[in-house]
Design a protein around this ligand. Structure first.
Ligand code: NAD
Length: 457
C-alpha cells in the first residue's frame, strides 16, 4: 500500500485531528478471510433474526446521532445540525426500509408449473462496501443494511477523508452483529483497490466515475457483481412560464447545499433567455443567505469544502470559466484565513466548453446559462456523459411531461427538486452508475435469484 497513515485534517482549520493507521495488504486479506469465515452462519440464520440485529444497529445509530453527527461535522465540515440530521434521517428511512428488505428476500413458490418451483434470493457472499465522504453516514448505511440484511457479510472501507465517522458507524453495527460479519478497513484508494482485488463476491460502491471505471475493470477479472453509484452534472431547466421565485430558490439551494458537494447537486441552471435577468436577480438575493462559517457553530448553513484538493478543483473551474469569458456575478475569490472555505459563487454565461459546464464542480457554484427553445433546453440538458438527476420548472403540465420524458436521467423533478417516494430506487442513468440502490429491486441486487424445481412425488 502507498501510505501508512491517513492524516485526518479538520477542513475548517486545516489542523490535524488524528493520524489513522491504514490497512496493509495483509490486513485486507485477513479482513476478507474473517468475513468469509463468518458468512455461512450469517447466511443460514433466520432472516427475521438477521434483520432484528440490523434493526438494533440502526437503533443505536439513532441514539448516538448527536455524538456521531459531531464527529462527522468536525472531519467533513458539514454544519453540525445537518450532520446530526443526516444520521437521524438515514436511521429513520433505513429502519422503515427493513420491511422492504424482508419482502425482497422472501422465498416464493412460482405458479404455472405442475412441479413445485421455489424461487429464493441467495446472498452473494462477501460484499466490499466502498464509500465517499459527502454523506459519510448515509452512503455506507444505505448499503450495509440491504447487504447484511440479505445475508452477506461485509468488508467496509470508508473514505480516507472521514475515517473516524466510518469507524464510529462500523462499531455501532459490530456491537450488534456476530464477529466477522462486518469488517472495517481504513485507507485511501490503494486499500479500496486491494479490497476489490481480494476474495470478495460483490463490490457496492458510491463515488466518482473515474473510480467506478477502475473498480469495474478490476472486478471484471473475477466476474464480481458491482453496483456503482457515481457522479453527475445535473441540469435544472427554468422556462419563462414557471414560478420564477420558487425555481430560483430551488436552483440556488440545491447548487449550494452541503457546499455543493452532493452527487445530485444542481450543477447547471438553464434559463429561458427572456427571464434570465430576473432569475439572476432572484438567485443573487438567495445567495446572500448562504455565507460560509464554522460548521460547529450554531446557525451555520455552509461549511468548508472537505479538502484542499476539493477546493482546488472549484478554484480551477471558476478560473477556467473566467478565462473563457464568463461573468462572475458574485463570489469567485479565495477567502483569507485557515480552512478550505469558498464563497457561494454565481457564474453567468460560461461557454459550453468550460469545465463548469462539463465536469463535476462539486462546490458552492450556481452556474447560469440560457436557452431559446424547448428543443435547445433538452439538447443542452442532455449534453453530458452523466445522467443522475435533472429538474424542470414550467407551469405547462404538457411541457413538464414532454421535457421530463426527454431528459436522459435516472431521476427527474418537475416543479420540485428530484427524489422519489419511499420504495423507489436511487438510480443514475448513463455514466452516473450501474445498478441502483433502495426499494425492492435495489435490495435484490445484493442477491442472486435461484430456482429449485421439484417433480411431484
Ligand atoms: P472517490 O471515487 O474519489 O472515492 C470514493 C471511495 O473510493 C473512497 O473510499 C476511496 O478511497 C475509494 N477509492 C479510490 N480509488 C479507488 C480504487 N481504485 N479502487 C477502489 N476504491 C477506490 O470519490 P469521492 O471524492 O470520495 O466522492 C465524491 C464522488 O462521489 C462524486 O463524484 C459524487 O458525485 C459521487 N457520489 C455519488 C453518489 C450517488 O449516489 N450517485 C452519492 C454520493 C457521492
Amino acid at each position: 500500500m502507498s501510505q501508512a497513515t491517513i492524516r485526518n485534517l479538520d477542513p475548517a482549520t486545516g489542523e490535524l485531528i488524528e493520524e489513522v493507521p491504514c490497512a496493509t495488504g495483509a490486513d485486507v486479506q485477513a479482513a476478507v478471510a474473517r468475513a468469509r469465515a463468518a458468512w455461512p452462519a450469517w447466511r443460514d440464520m433466520e432472516s427475521s433474526q438477521r434483520l432484528d440485529l440490523v434493526r438494533a444497529a440502526l437503533e443505536r445509530m439513532g441514539e448516538q446521532a448527536p455524538e456521531l453527527g459531531a464527529v462527522l461535522s468536525r472531519e467533513m465540515g458539514k454544519p453540525l445540525d445537518r450532520a446530526v440530521g443526516e444520521v437521524r434521517g438515514y436511521c429513520q428511512r433505513l429502519t422503515e426500509e427493513l420491511e422492504r428488505v424482508a419482502q425482497a428476500i422472501a422465498p416464493e413458490i412460482v405458479p404455472g408449473s405442475e412441479d413445485r418451483v421455489l424461487l429464493t434470493r441467495e446472498p452473494h457472499g462477501v460484499v466490499a462496501v466502498i464509500t465517499p465522504w459527502n454523506f459519510p453516514v448515509g452512503m455506507p448505511a444505505q448499503m450495509l443494511v440491504p447487504a447484511l440484511g440479505a445475508g452477506n457479510t461485509v468488508v467496509f472501507k470508508p473514505s480516507e477523508h472521514v475515517p473516524l465517522t466510518g469507524a464510529y458507524l462500523a462499531r455501532l453495527f459490530q456491537e450488534q452483529l456476530p464477529e466477522g460479519v462486518l469488517e472495517l478497513l481504513q485507507g485511501e484508494g490503494a486499500v479500496g483497490a486491494a479490497l476489490v482485488d481480494a476474495d470478495v463476491d460483490m463490490v457496492a460502491f458510491v463515488g466518482s466515475r473515474a473510480t467506478g471505471i477502475a473498480i469495474m475493470r478490476s472486478a471484471a477479472g473475477g466476474l464480481k457483481r458491482v453496483v456503482l453509484e457515481l457522479g453527475g452534472k445535473d441540469p435544472l431547466i427554468i422556462f419563462a412560464d414557471s414560478d420564477l421565485e420558487a425555481a430560483a430558490l430551488s436552483a440556488t439551494q440545491f447548487s449550494l447545499s452541503n457546499t455543493g458537494q452532493v452527487c445530485c447537486s444542481v450543477e447547471r441552471v438553464l434559463v429561458e433567455s427572456s427571464v434570465a435577468e430576473k432569475i439572476e436577480e432572484l438567485v443573487l438575493k438567495e445567495v446572500a443567505n448562504w455565507p460560509f462559517g464554522d460548521p460547529l457553530a450554531k446557525g451555520t448553513c455552509m461549511g468548508p469544502l472537505v479538502s484542499e484538493s476539493q477546493r482546488d478543483n472549484v478554484v480551477a473551474h471558476v478560473a477556467d470559466a473566467r478565462e473563457k469569458g464568463a461573468r462572475i456575478a458574485i463570489g469567485g475569490e479565495l477567502p483569507e484565513g485557515p480552512g478550505w472555505f469558498y464563497p457561494a459563487t454565481v457564474i453567468v454565461d460560461a461557454p459550453e466548453d468550460a469545465k463548469v459546464r462539463r465536469d463535476e464542480t462539486f462546490g458552492p457554484v450556481v452556474c447560469l446559462s440560457t436557452f431559446e427553445t424547448e428543443e435547445e433546453a433538452i439538447e443542452k440538458a442532455n449534453d453530458t456523459i452523466y445522467g443522475l438527476g435533472a429538474n424542470v420548472w414550467t407551469s405547462d403540465p404538457e411541457r413538464g411531461h414532454r421535457v421530463s420524458a426527454a431528459l436522459r436521467a435516472g431521476q427527474v423533478g418537475v416543479n420540485r427538486y428530484l427524489g422519489g417516494a419511499p420504495g423507489t430506487p436511487w438510480v443514475g442513468a448513463r455514466q452516473s452508475g450501474m445498478g441502483f440502490l433502495g426499494g425492492i429491486e435495489g435490495h435484490r441486487q445484493f442477491t442472486s435469484p435461484k430456482t429449485v424445481a421439484t417433480a411431484p412425488a
